[in-house]
Design a binder for this molecule. Structure first.
Ligand code: ADP
Length: 217
């Protein structure tokens, strides 16, 4: 589903990624761990086409993404990559349903199709009674599940999550982790998750351990 070949990236004189090779098959949950500054977020941002590498090759669903022009790459990103961050980044003036629909509207889906799928997803995530709530009216765990529904709306090739449970209490963290495994098992969803949670990482299909811009293990 995702192939990275010899990805390098520097910021000024600091080489943050020193030649990353990685293949992630469909339906697997990979975790990325390692000390702060190892390059985890930079790698995830390149996988998500939010940042371009200095050299190297990235394919997602057999598409060489960095050979696309900016406009096509933005459309590809909106369709094929679902992001979940530590903070939910929901738009405060919109309801849960409207927030979930945004990537579908950008992908030019009809209102009917977008809202139908968004409602199905919210129901699957146990949020059927929160459809018309705004982010301020939701708990932290609920907001993060709305963000997951938004990430799933276009049936993306991959969910990329950067410390998605970093801001949650123990119960909500465990629920979110269970949800990620459920997405893998029920929908064959591919997920790549940067985490500091070693227990969670141990349950994933593979642990990518980074250090100083390399995959150490
Ligand atoms: P991690 O996620 O493993 O903590 P990051 O990928 O965030 O690591 O950062 C790796 C290194 O790159 C750090 O030293 C960080 O300060 C540096 N870095 C990340 N983004 C930028 C940027 N936009 N400009 C300059 N330096 C950056």
């Amino acid at each position: 589903m995702i192939q990275l070949q010899n990805i390098t990236k520097s910021f000024g004189k600091l080489q943050v990624l020193k030649g990353i090779d990685l293949q992630i098959p469909q339906g697997k949950l990979y975790s990325i761990v390692g000390p702060s500054g190892a390059g985890k977020t930079t790698l995830l941002q390149i996988m998500g086409t939010l940042s371009k590498p200095d050299s190297g090759h990235l394919e997602i669903r057999k598409q060489a993404v960095f050979s696309l022009g900016e406009k096509k790459m933005a459309a590809f990103r909106n369709r094929e990559i679902g992001f979940v961050f530590q903070f939910h980044y929901l738009l405060p003036e919109f309801t849960a349903l409207e927030n979930v629909c945004i990537p579908a509207f950008i992908a030019k889906k009809s209102k009917k199709e977008a809202e139908g799928r968004a409602k199905d997803l919210l129901q699957f995530l146990g949020l059927e009674n929160r459809v018309t709530h705004k982010p301020a009216e939701l708990s932290g765990g609920e907001r993060q599940r709305v963000a997951v529904a938004r990430a799933l709306i276009n049936d993306p090739a991959v969910i990329l999550a950067d410390e998605p449970s970093g801001n949650l209490d123990t119960k909500n963290r465990e629920d979110l982790h269970d949800l990620f495994f459920q997405l893998r098992d029920q929908f064959n969803q591919t997920l790549v998750i940067v985490t500091h949670d070693e227990d969670f990482a141990r349950q994933s299909d593979k642990i990518i351990r980074m250090r100083d811009g390399w995959i150490e293990e």
